[in-house]
Design a protein around this ligand. Structure first.
Ligand SMILES: [Zn+2]
Length: 447
């Protein structure tokens, strides 16, 4: 056996020993007590609920009397009064390391790349991750715009406990057609900027290499851009991406808004389609059959995007007109699409796609505006909540860890004071947050 490997094994053994010896004699057990608990799978409440938390995980959850009977004598009681307990929220489409203030994606991307050092950007991401956690989002998929490995670094910093924040799955750089996405730069000088945000794919070989390069930097998933303006990832390239990622047991999320882009992702066997604006009924049917998730992002619905921008910029009248026309078109098409998605039986999750610095809101509050949008779009509350919890866990491949309040799962728990089934925007006002058994926030009245 090579000496290096032997040394490594000895190191592992000794540290396992050390941590076993260092374990406290009795772990602190917490009993959370609340008016009710939402079983997100069934969409039904368990009244007078309790959750026992031990060693960062849920030991038991259910009716208080039953749970309390199994609590140790020295249990630490946290009484949340009449509040409703839910699993921590999952944002499946986030850009924590981006906080633009311009209406132009190009300007935001270029400013982020040339105006901020990579270190600065990770620290900004750390601020956003903390604010998201305080807003009730205990897990996130970061799907691009993090420079080369900013999201991976942030994930590690949170994991090590250096900074507080949500659990992260990081995608590293987006794989995109040559030229990247949302950029219209002079090709002669653009590459140094593009290469900070994207891995440019111009052939199936490029695609395989790009996947491996991202994995080398520590990505947990691959994010590919199927359509960027009138440029597309080819079917061969997409197949190579999915094949290479799946070989490494890593999932592929594909940005696709057009019928062509969506079809390329479906044919290649991607794991999720992000946005899916023009998805057809036929495509929804195939996605359902293949088990491909649709990750719904409706940040813009109801003029939310324009409202956000107008707080900061005076928009020229022509642009205002254009945005309003776009909103009117969306107001017709989007509720119909949501209705078709619900009817199709396709698996779906939700993502904020929040990449703006929303005036007067923390990142957590800004991320949560998607709940109001989905309510206006007519999605039933139970479906919204499932999308943001149990379905999200399923898409991330973390169904054994998070997404429901059950024994053995991480104690990622939130509470709201109202009735989230009656009004899902209660999730915009999360009052209590626990991540991995640690209380992050408790704004409920003291008992
Ligand atoms: Zn996005």
């Amino acid at each position: 056996m090579p000496r290096r490997i032997l040394a490594f094994i000895l190191l592992l053994l000794s540290s396992a020993f050390a941590s076993a010896q260092a374990a406290p004699p009795q772990a602190k057990t917490i009993l959370l007590k609340a008016g009710r608990l939402l079983d997100v799978r069934t969409g039904k409440y368990i009244p007078n609920a309790g959750i026992l938390v031990e060693n960062a995980k849920i030991k038991e959850a259910g009716p208080l009397a039953q749970v309390q009977a199994h609590a140790p004598k020295d249990v630490v009681l946290i009484d949340l009064g009449a509040a409703t307990l839910l699993p921590g929220l999952i944002d499946c489409h986030a850009h924590l390391l981006t906080a633009g203030s311009s209406i132009s994606p190009q300007e935001n991307i270029v400013n982020a790349v040339v105006g901020m050092s990579p270190t600065m950007r990770v620290l900004m991401g750390a601020g956003n991750a903390r604010e998201d956690l305080e807003g009730g989002f205990t897990t996130v998929r970061v799907v691009g715009h993090s420079r080369i490995d900013g999201d991976v670094s942030l994930r590690e910093a949170i994991y090590q406990g250096w900074v507080p924040g949500r659990r992260i799955q990081a995608a590293g750089r987006k794989l995109a057609p040559p030229g990247g996405q949302a950029l219209h730069l002079n090709p002669a000088v653009a590459d140094p900027i593009i290469d900070q945000e994207f891995l440019q794919v111009g052939s199936a070989d490029d695609a395989r290499r790009a996947v491996r390069e991202n994995l080398l930097y520590g990505a947990d998933l691959i994010k590919a851009v199927a359509d960027a303006d009138n440029r597309f990832i080819t079917p061969e390239e997409m197949k190579a991406i999915v094949q290479e990622a799946h070989r490494a047991k890593v999932k592929v999320a594909v940005h696709a808004t057009t019928v062509t882009g969506i079809q390329t992702a479906i044919d290649a066997g991607a794991d999720s389609i992000e946005h899916g604006n023009d998805v057809t009924d036929e495509q929804l049917k195939t996605m359902r059959e293949k088990g491909i998730f649709l990750d719904i992002t409706e940040l813009e619905f109801g003029g939310r995007m324009r409202a956000m921008i107008e707080k900061r910029q005076v928009l020229p009248p022509q642009l205002q007109q254009e945005l309003k026309a776009y909103e009117q078109m969306e107001a017709k098409q989007t509720p119909a699409r949501i209705g078709r998605i619900l009817k199709s039986g396709v698996k779906f999750t939700i993502g904020s796609d929040m990449w703006f610095d929303y005036p007067d809101k923390t990142r957590g509050q800004a991320t949560a505006i998607m709940f109001g949008a989905l309510k206006e779009l007519g999605m039933p509350s139970a479906d919204v909540i499932r999308a943001a919890t149990v379905n999200g866990a399923d898409l991330l491949g973390w169904e054994d860890r998070i997404g429901v309040l059950e024994a053995g799962k991480f104690a990622d728990i939130i509470a709201v004071s109202g009735d989230p089934l009656a009004d899902v925007t209660e999730l915009e006002r999360v009052q209590f947050v626990m991540k991995g058994g640690e209380v992050v926030k408790n704004a409920l009245p003291k008992k």
